[in-house]
Write a protein of this length. Structure first.
Length: 220
């Protein structure tokens, strides 16, 4: 029960009190039903798992994930609103990345953005926003794309400064999956942007990150 969950609960209350014109939606999405079944199974696992305290963290995170999905699906009800949310997060993460780079003199980017924001958590935020923001570049060219591309570049620099192996692998895996489900009619642009992203990642892949990935093999 921390400030982020309290804010989420208040937001859920506001959504239920002042519902969107189309009404509150959750069970209308087939994916949500599957997630709810998964959440029930995860809760039942608490009765037989070996490390109950550790598993309870997983239960709490899964429930928070469902709350987040409910909020997103009922607060963002149009493509325009979704675009605005992505833009705000891109600009916010770009500032956070710039601030982190200005405060980090060496090693991993730690403790940027607030209490508990370690390098891995920051990396997860950056990776998600790079992936989401990249889709805005798929739209018809606007001059704001120049700002967007610059902001995404700054975020990528911050992502690699976190040296978060999980976040970098997740971004790469999401990119490979996106190659299968790319937007219709934009394959050429998608491939071009994807190749540019791969080149940028190769340029930002410093020796410290490579050593961390090699450490994964040694640990195994």
């Amino acid at each position: 029960i921390r400030w982020s969950l309290i804010a989420a609960i208040i937001t859920v209350g506001v959504v239920l009190f002042k519902q969107p014109e189309r009404g509150v939606r959750f069970w209308t999405f087939h994916e949500n039903k599957l997630l709810a079944v998964m959440a029930l199974y995860v809760c039942l696992q608490q009765f037989w798992v070996k490390y109950g305290v550790l598993h309870m963290d997983y239960v709490i995170l899964f429930v928070k994930f469902l709350i987040l999905i409910f909020i997103i699906q009922n607060v963002i009800v149009s493509a325009k609103e979704l675009r605005g949310v992505i833009w705000i997060n891109v600009l916010g993460c770009a500032y956070l990345s710039y601030y982190g780079m200005s405060q980090t003199s060496g090693g991993r980017m730690e403790g940027v953005g607030g209490n508990g924001m370690d390098a891995n958590l920051i990396g997860m935020h950056f990776a998600a926003i790079v992936f989401m923001g990249g889709y805005l570049l798929m739209e018809r060219f606007r001059y704001t794309h120049i700002i967007l591309a610059g902001a995404l570049g700054v975020i990528m620099m911050g992502l690699f400064m976190t040296e978060s192996r999980g976040a970098i692998i997740a971004l790469a895996a999401a990119g490979l999956l996106a190659a299968v489900f790319h937007p219709q009619g934009g394959k050429g642009k998608f491939v071009s942007l994807g190749l540019m992203g791969v080149v940028a990642a190769a340029m930002l892949m410093g020796p410290q990150i490579i050593e961390r990935f090699e450490g994964m093999q040694r640990d195994n």
